[in-house]
Design a protein around this ligand. Structure first.
Ligand SMILES: Cc1ncc(COP(=O)(O)O)c(C=O)c1O
Length: 379
């Protein structure tokens, strides 16, 4: 049987990983500044994480999918202590897309409405609220799975006034920082306007923190930089440091009813162990603070390099926009300097999404390699 071939892949097979490094089968070491689409939050193979997962397996003696409510509660308790939303409720799922679909469902149930507002260049997984990012124009249209999605211009406060029939809208959904779209930060004023607009029209404000959340921006959630509160927050990616786990945080105004939401694998005990280990390490090692400090250092140093069009980001979610497509730069960084970086739907932006415990020496390795590669490209 062949694989359904939708991913372009590098011809590298990682066989070992630790911290911010991975090794291939020939023993070559790579600095990983992408973390498999931003999932590596506490570093590869963190000892506490490995111990917690293996310990969990040994404790039960086998892997089953049974949901363990005490473990979910332990996770909810820890999350409440760290995330800035102690009074919210937690519903666990397996992936980002599942978190988004459940968030939209809750918004629809709560308001009795169906329309959703999303923004240009947003990405909310393979869900009804996102456009597919691909070079093929035949698959650019949003895939509609029940919600009627209106795409508005990003960061455009005026455009909000032009929305017709706000009484038909159940949710406004926005990323804390747009990731796949090229690391675009919603302005504080835009987020505040959205919050006020949603309050005025009884619309549910969903903050998609699947990529920008869990400490990556230098705050637990990126929208907390703007001082607003969301009604629902979606989470996944770094939540399990590679183990598939996602969730939604819900304002207490949403009343839970049996049968309202459901999931087969969401919140199984291995997922809870992984998610709990991540939070424990984040707390013990001050990783949110490290993301803020190391991110600031990286961005300050990048801004000194000539030839870059713009450096955008918060914490360790950084976009480096060049005046030309970055595919060549990324290839050179990988082949010459053994450094993994990411791209964006905007082909001129290189994305950096390293583990939150990235060290200054590792940041320096990248800065030196990037300067050299750029100097060579610009000759
Ligand atoms: C902001 C955002 N939302 C949702 C998703 C979808 O997550 P998943 O791939 O786990 O379905 C992604 C994935 O890249 C994302 O970046």
């Amino acid at each position: 049987m062949s694989l359904f071939n939708v991913y372009p892949l590098f011809n590298i097979t990682p066989v070992k990983a630790a911290g911010s490094y991975v090794w291939d089968e020939n023993g070559t070491r790579y600095l990983d500044l992408y973390g498999g689409h931003a999932v590596i939050s506490i570093g590869h193979s963190h000892p506490h994480y490995v111990q917690k997962l293996t310990g969990q397996l040994k404790l039960i003696g086998f892997y089953s999918n049974s949901v363990q409510i005490p473990q979910q509660q332990e996770l909810a308790h820890k999350l409440a202590a760290l995330c800035g939303y102690p009074a919210y409720n937690l519903f666990l799922v397996n992936s980002g897309a599942e978190a988004i679909e459940n968030a939209l469902k809750v918004a629809s149930f709560h308001t009795g409405r169906k329309k959703v507002i999303s923004f240009s260049q947003s990405f909310h997984g393979r869900t009804s609220a996102a456009v597919a990012f691909t070079d093929d124009p035949s698959i650019q249209a949003p895939v509609n799975s029940g919600h009627d999605v209106l795409f508005m211009p990003f960061n455009d406060e005026e455009a909000l006034q032009e929305i017709r029939d706000p009484e038909k809208i159940c949710a406004v959904i926005i990323e804390g920082i747009q990731g796949v779209g090229g690391v675009n930060i919603p302005s504080e004023s835009f987020l505040k306007k959205l919050r006020a607009y949603c309050n005025q029209h009884h619309i549910v404000l969903i903050l998609d923190e699947i990529q920008s959340g869990y400490g990556r921006s230098g705050k637990f959630f990126a929208h907390q930089h703007a001082g607003i509160e969301a009604d629902i927050i979606t989470m996944a990616k770094g939540m399990g440091n590679g183990f598939p786990v996602g969730g939604i945080l819900l304002h207490p105004k949403f009343e839970a009813k049996y049968g309202m939401l459901g999931t087969t694998f969401g919140g199984n005990y291995l997922a809870c162990a992984a998610a709990l280990a991540v939070l424990e390490v984040m707390e013990q090692e001050n990783l949110v603070e490290n993301a803020a400090q190391t991110g600031m250092y990286l961005m300050a140093e990048l801004s000194k390099i000539e030839g870059i069009k713009e450096v955008r980001g918060l914490g360790l979610m950084i976009g480096i926009e060049m005046p030309f497509p970055v595919a060549g730069l990324r290839k050179e960084l990988l082949e010459e300097y053994r450094i993994f970086t990411g791209s964006a739907s905007n082909k001129n932006t290189l994305r950096i999404l390293p583990a939150l415990n990235l060290k200054k020496e590792e940041a320096d390795l990248f800065l030196e390699a990037f300067s050299n590669v750029l100097a060579k490209t610009l000759v």
